[in-house]
Design a protein around this ligand. Structure first.
Ligand SMILES: O=C[C@H](O)[C@H](O)COP(=O)(O)O
Ligand SMILES: C=C(OP(=O)(O)O)C(=O)O
Length: 358
């Protein structure tokens, strides 16, 4: 009698990371560019570069063509604002769900419940390769502990989501990631889980994973010294106001951490109303100009077209360039908001003013 795997319907084989690395290789020149952009992100997170890290892009990516069109627009904008903002494109391929829902391009690229994960990993790697080759650095949420082996060499920043910051699996995983990792506060609004996560991920860890050839191995990590806190608001309301930021910085300092904070203008900070993201960004800039040094960046959820649409039963019926997860700002608004924010910061700084006049 075999008592194991009684709830497994079927086991399918999957290409090992080395297979995709071989089919979609990273050139030496691109590897150097990614390494440079990781250093810039780390410098911003650690307060050595006074620019703001701006993580901007779709809530989730479901369409290769739209993602590439978006990346080209973002690249152009990134060049215009590069002396104040270092833009990294949100390329989120894995979606943590509150209960159920589409789990992202890696798991279900055809959006029909067929879970062609090999195709999902392939599309994700190919897209990251194309976007980074355009000179646009990318950042992902890390959810599945195996997935980084397929794509990690291409990313410049990562996050652990509100629903997983308390998970030991994700903390140990973060301790071995090659990039800076932002931990989001819990959906309840609690900050302790994320602050504990930063402390935990800073230490070396050992855990079970796979190597590039797909062998089961023990991964022994160095610890990640570029952990930071992402304030994303929560069930009790936003947490981007001055008091919340000061409180978060104080708690981080008490925990022996450099208070390094990125503010997510979406999610609980805008009550998922995309039009409110600009208010959050404005407040961030004012706080910075008033002397708040712990804010090192911001995040905007933005897509080619505004709002969101429900996935429904027919992926072919989806409208081009609109989110199928959380509502996003459209491109025109994104461009205006980022450009205005840049101007506001630049003017205040070039006038020698550290703060708005009132
Ligand atoms: O960012 C995306 C969503 O907020 C997150 O994946 C949770 O989504 P859900 O509450 O719709 O499941
Ligand atoms: C899922 C996300 O956010 P959170 O974990 O804050 O809900 C996200 O940024 O896409």
């Amino acid at each position: 009698m075999n008592n194991s795997d009684i709830r497994i319907q079927r086991i399918d084989s999957l290409v090992p990371p080395s297979g995709l690395v071989r089919d979609y290789p990273v050139t030496e020149q691109l590897a150097e560019e990614v390494s440079r952009s990781r250093r810039t992100v780390n410098d911003i997170i650690r307060g050595r570069d006074r620019r703001l890290l701006a993580v901007i892009g779709p809530c989730s990516i479901h369409d290769e063509k739209a993602a590439l069109e978006y990346a080209a627009l973002l690249k152009e904008l990134a060049q215009e604002v590069e002396d104040e903002f270092y833009i990294v494109m949100r390329t989120y391929f894995e979606k943590p769900r509150t209960v159920l829902g589409w789990k992202g391009l890696v798991l279900d690229p055809d959006m029909d419940g067929s879970y062609d994960i090999e195709k999902g990993l392939t599309v994700a790697r190919r897209l990251l390769l194309q976007i980074t080759s355009m000179g646009m650095p990318v950042g992902c949420e890390v959810l599945d502990p195996i997935v980084p082996q397929y794509i990690d060499e291409l990313i410049s920043w990562s996050s652990i989501g509100a629903r997983t910051s308390e998970s030991q699996t994700h903390r140990t995983l973060a301790s071995g990631l090659s990039v800076a990792v932002g931990f989001k506060n819990s959906t309840s609004g609690d900050l302790t889980n994320a602050i504990n996560a930063i402390r935990s991920a800073a230490s070396p860890a050992s855990f079970i994973g796979i190597d590039k050839h797909g062998n089961t191995v023990i991964l022994r990590t160095t610890g990640n010294d570029c952990g930071h806190l992402i304030l994303r608001g929560g069930d009790t309301g936003p947490n981007y106001y001055e008091d919340s930021v000061e409180n978060a910085a104080r708690l981080m300092t008490q925990a022996g951490l450099d208070p390094s904070i990125l503010i997510d203008c979406s999610h609980g900070n805008s009550n998922k109303k995309p039009g409110r993201q600009k208010r959050v960004l404005r407040s961030i800039l004012e706080q910075i100009l008033w002397g708040e040094t712990s804010i090192r960046g911001f995040m905007l959820e933005s897509n080619l077209r505004p709002g969101c649409q429900s996935l429904g039963d027919d992926p072919m019926a989806l409208e081009y360039g609109i989110s199928i997860t959380d509502p996003c700002m459209g491109w025109d608004e994104t461009r205006t908001v980022v450009t205005e924010a840049y101007r506001m910061l630049k003017d205040a700084r070039s006038d020698g003013r550290s703060a708005p006049i009132f």
